[in-house]
Design a protein around this ligand. Structure first.
Ligand code: ZN
Ligand code: ZN
Length: 228
Protein backbone atom coordinates (compact mmCIF):
# COMPACT_ATOMS: atom_id res chain seq x y z
CA UNK A 1 0.00 0.00 0.00
CA UNK A 2 1.18 3.47 -0.81
CA UNK A 3 0.61 4.79 2.74
CA UNK A 4 2.89 2.06 4.11
CA UNK A 5 5.44 2.67 1.43
CA UNK A 6 5.80 6.34 2.31
CA UNK A 7 6.92 5.52 5.86
CA UNK A 8 9.32 2.79 4.83
CA UNK A 9 13.01 3.59 4.98
CA UNK A 10 15.72 1.65 3.24
CA UNK A 11 18.60 -0.27 4.74
CA UNK A 12 21.74 1.85 4.28
CA UNK A 13 23.74 -1.28 3.49
CA UNK A 14 21.62 -3.38 1.11
CA UNK A 15 18.74 -1.03 0.14
CA UNK A 16 16.26 -3.58 1.52
CA UNK A 17 13.39 -2.61 3.84
CA UNK A 18 14.87 -1.36 7.10
CA UNK A 19 13.79 -1.93 10.69
CA UNK A 20 11.38 0.66 12.14
CA UNK A 21 13.79 2.17 14.64
CA UNK A 22 17.05 1.95 12.65
CA UNK A 23 17.93 2.54 8.97
CA UNK A 24 19.25 -1.03 8.58
CA UNK A 25 17.54 -4.37 7.91
CA UNK A 26 17.66 -7.26 10.39
CA UNK A 27 19.88 -9.40 8.16
CA UNK A 28 22.51 -6.64 7.78
CA UNK A 29 22.29 -5.82 11.49
CA UNK A 30 23.01 -9.47 12.35
CA UNK A 31 26.03 -9.43 10.04
CA UNK A 32 27.74 -6.40 11.62
CA UNK A 33 31.23 -7.21 12.99
CA UNK A 34 30.58 -7.19 16.74
CA UNK A 35 33.41 -6.55 19.18
CA UNK A 36 32.25 -9.29 21.53
CA UNK A 37 35.09 -9.47 24.02
CA UNK A 38 36.74 -6.06 24.29
CA UNK A 39 39.18 -4.76 26.91
CA UNK A 40 37.00 -2.70 29.24
CA UNK A 41 39.58 0.06 29.33
CA UNK A 42 40.77 0.41 25.72
CA UNK A 43 38.19 -1.57 23.72
CA UNK A 44 40.72 -3.78 21.96
CA UNK A 45 39.77 -7.39 21.26
CA UNK A 46 40.95 -9.70 24.03
CA UNK A 47 41.88 -13.24 23.01
CA UNK A 48 41.86 -14.63 26.58
CA UNK A 49 38.18 -14.62 27.45
CA UNK A 50 38.75 -14.63 31.22
CA UNK A 51 40.52 -11.24 31.16
CA UNK A 52 38.57 -7.98 31.43
CA UNK A 53 41.55 -5.67 30.87
CA UNK A 54 44.17 -6.32 28.18
CA UNK A 55 47.86 -6.80 29.01
CA UNK A 56 48.78 -3.44 27.57
CA UNK A 57 46.28 -1.58 29.78
CA UNK A 58 47.39 -3.57 32.83
CA UNK A 59 50.96 -2.59 32.13
CA UNK A 60 50.48 1.03 30.97
CA UNK A 61 46.87 2.15 31.47
CA UNK A 62 45.63 4.91 29.17
CA UNK A 63 44.29 8.22 30.53
CA UNK A 64 40.69 7.32 29.71
CA UNK A 65 39.03 4.96 32.16
CA UNK A 66 36.72 2.88 29.95
CA UNK A 67 35.94 2.36 26.28
CA UNK A 68 32.68 1.45 24.57
CA UNK A 69 33.52 0.17 21.07
CA UNK A 70 30.68 -2.12 19.93
CA UNK A 71 32.08 -3.02 16.49
CA UNK A 72 35.29 -3.81 14.68
CA UNK A 73 36.41 -1.46 11.94
CA UNK A 74 35.63 -4.03 9.25
CA UNK A 75 33.04 -4.98 6.63
CA UNK A 76 29.82 -2.92 6.66
CA UNK A 77 30.89 -0.74 9.61
CA UNK A 78 34.11 0.28 7.83
CA UNK A 79 32.11 0.91 4.67
CA UNK A 80 29.60 3.17 6.49
CA UNK A 81 32.39 5.17 8.14
CA UNK A 82 34.38 5.59 4.91
CA UNK A 83 31.24 6.70 3.07
CA UNK A 84 30.53 9.19 5.84
CA UNK A 85 34.00 10.70 6.03
CA UNK A 86 35.20 10.65 2.47
CA UNK A 87 31.99 10.65 0.42
CA UNK A 88 30.00 12.91 2.74
CA UNK A 89 27.13 10.44 3.21
CA UNK A 90 25.98 12.27 6.30
CA UNK A 91 22.88 10.15 6.84
CA UNK A 92 25.19 7.24 7.78
CA UNK A 93 25.87 9.09 11.02
CA UNK A 94 22.30 8.51 12.08
CA UNK A 95 22.73 4.74 11.93
CA UNK A 96 26.24 4.74 13.43
CA UNK A 97 25.18 7.03 16.29
CA UNK A 98 22.04 5.04 17.08
CA UNK A 99 23.94 1.74 17.03
CA UNK A 100 26.50 3.19 19.42
CA UNK A 101 23.78 4.61 21.68
CA UNK A 102 22.22 1.14 21.96
CA UNK A 103 25.42 -0.11 23.58
CA UNK A 104 25.57 2.55 26.27
CA UNK A 105 24.42 1.48 29.73
CA UNK A 106 21.89 4.04 30.88
CA UNK A 107 23.07 4.08 34.50
CA UNK A 108 25.69 6.64 35.42
CA UNK A 109 25.71 8.49 32.13
CA UNK A 110 28.38 11.16 31.68
CA UNK A 111 27.48 14.80 32.25
CA UNK A 112 28.71 15.91 28.81
CA UNK A 113 29.76 14.58 25.44
CA UNK A 114 32.91 16.01 23.87
CA UNK A 115 33.78 15.48 20.20
CA UNK A 116 37.33 14.96 18.94
CA UNK A 117 37.86 18.35 17.31
CA UNK A 118 39.28 18.90 13.85
CA UNK A 119 41.22 22.00 12.81
CA UNK A 120 39.00 24.83 11.59
CA UNK A 121 40.69 24.80 8.16
CA UNK A 122 39.97 21.11 7.77
CA UNK A 123 36.42 21.69 9.01
CA UNK A 124 35.76 24.35 6.39
CA UNK A 125 37.17 22.07 3.70
CA UNK A 126 35.20 18.97 4.71
CA UNK A 127 32.12 20.87 5.84
CA UNK A 128 31.53 18.76 8.95
CA UNK A 129 33.26 16.94 11.76
CA UNK A 130 32.00 13.35 11.92
CA UNK A 131 32.76 13.18 15.63
CA UNK A 132 30.55 16.22 16.28
CA UNK A 133 27.80 14.74 14.10
CA UNK A 134 27.94 11.52 16.15
CA UNK A 135 27.67 13.63 19.31
CA UNK A 136 24.46 15.18 17.98
CA UNK A 137 22.84 11.77 17.46
CA UNK A 138 24.02 10.46 20.84
CA UNK A 139 22.92 13.65 22.59
CA UNK A 140 19.42 13.23 21.21
CA UNK A 141 19.23 9.49 21.92
CA UNK A 142 20.61 9.67 25.47
CA UNK A 143 19.68 13.22 26.47
CA UNK A 144 23.22 14.32 27.31
CA UNK A 145 24.41 17.83 26.41
CA UNK A 146 27.44 18.38 24.14
CA UNK A 147 30.40 20.66 24.81
CA UNK A 148 31.24 21.31 21.16
CA UNK A 149 34.17 23.66 21.65
CA UNK A 150 35.61 22.46 24.95
CA UNK A 151 38.80 21.38 23.21
CA UNK A 152 40.29 22.99 20.11
CA UNK A 153 42.56 21.48 17.51
CA UNK A 154 45.36 24.02 17.33
CA UNK A 155 47.48 22.66 14.53
CA UNK A 156 46.89 20.68 11.38
CA UNK A 157 48.37 17.25 11.89
CA UNK A 158 49.16 14.44 9.47
CA UNK A 159 46.63 11.62 9.17
CA UNK A 160 47.34 9.34 12.11
CA UNK A 161 46.67 6.22 10.03
CA UNK A 162 49.89 6.66 8.04
CA UNK A 163 52.16 6.90 11.09
CA UNK A 164 53.87 4.53 13.51
CA UNK A 165 52.90 4.59 17.19
CA UNK A 166 55.88 6.79 18.07
CA UNK A 167 55.20 9.18 15.20
CA UNK A 168 51.54 9.38 16.23
CA UNK A 169 52.48 10.67 19.67
CA UNK A 170 54.90 13.18 18.17
CA UNK A 171 52.34 14.27 15.59
CA UNK A 172 49.74 15.04 18.27
CA UNK A 173 52.06 16.79 20.70
CA UNK A 174 50.56 20.14 21.68
CA UNK A 175 47.96 19.86 18.94
CA UNK A 176 44.91 20.14 21.24
CA UNK A 177 44.07 22.78 23.83
CA UNK A 178 41.37 23.18 26.45
CA UNK A 179 39.23 26.09 25.40
CA UNK A 180 36.85 26.57 28.30
CA UNK A 181 36.35 25.87 31.97
CA UNK A 182 34.66 22.46 32.16
CA UNK A 183 32.57 22.06 35.27
CA UNK A 184 32.10 18.29 35.28
CA UNK A 185 33.38 15.15 36.93
CA UNK A 186 32.43 12.66 34.27
CA UNK A 187 32.53 13.07 30.49
CA UNK A 188 32.58 10.92 27.35
CA UNK A 189 34.79 11.63 24.34
CA UNK A 190 33.19 10.60 21.06
CA UNK A 191 34.82 9.39 17.86
CA UNK A 192 34.03 7.20 14.88
CA UNK A 193 37.05 4.89 14.95
CA UNK A 194 39.74 4.20 17.52
CA UNK A 195 42.96 2.78 16.13
CA UNK A 196 45.85 2.99 18.59
CA UNK A 197 43.95 5.27 20.95
CA UNK A 198 46.69 7.91 20.81
CA UNK A 199 44.28 10.74 19.96
CA UNK A 200 41.83 9.61 22.64
CA UNK A 201 44.64 9.39 25.14
CA UNK A 202 45.87 12.91 24.38
CA UNK A 203 42.35 14.33 24.76
CA UNK A 204 41.85 12.41 28.02
CA UNK A 205 45.21 13.61 29.33
CA UNK A 206 44.18 17.24 28.86
CA UNK A 207 40.78 16.66 30.44
CA UNK A 208 42.26 14.86 33.45
CA UNK A 209 44.71 17.73 33.85
CA UNK A 210 41.70 20.08 33.84
CA UNK A 211 40.29 18.14 36.81
CA UNK A 212 37.79 15.76 35.22
CA UNK A 213 37.81 12.55 37.20
CA UNK A 214 36.10 9.99 34.97
CA UNK A 215 36.60 9.81 31.21
CA UNK A 216 34.92 7.38 28.88
CA UNK A 217 35.79 6.80 25.24
CA UNK A 218 32.77 6.05 23.06
CA UNK A 219 33.59 4.99 19.52
CA UNK A 220 31.62 3.14 16.86
CA UNK A 221 34.47 0.89 15.87
CA UNK A 222 37.82 -0.39 17.04
CA UNK A 223 40.61 -1.70 14.88
CA UNK A 224 42.23 -4.78 16.30
CA UNK A 225 45.56 -4.80 14.57
CA UNK A 226 48.61 -4.62 16.74
CA UNK A 227 50.56 -1.42 16.26
CA UNK A 228 53.35 -1.80 18.76
ZN1 ZN B 1 20.22 -4.66 4.71
ZN1 ZN C 1 43.20 -2.49 26.97
Amino acid sequence: MLSNYIFTTLCLICDGISLKHLPICQACLDELPKNLHPCQQCGVKIETKTLKICGKCQHTPPQYDTTIAPYYYEHAIKHLIIELKYYKKLHNVNLLGKLLAQHITKQQLPEYLIPIPIHRKRLSKRGFNQSMELCRVLSKELDIPILPNAILKKKITKAQASLTAKQRKQNLKNSFAINQDIKAQHIAIIDDVMTTGTTMNEMARLLKKAGIKQIEAWVCARTHKKFN
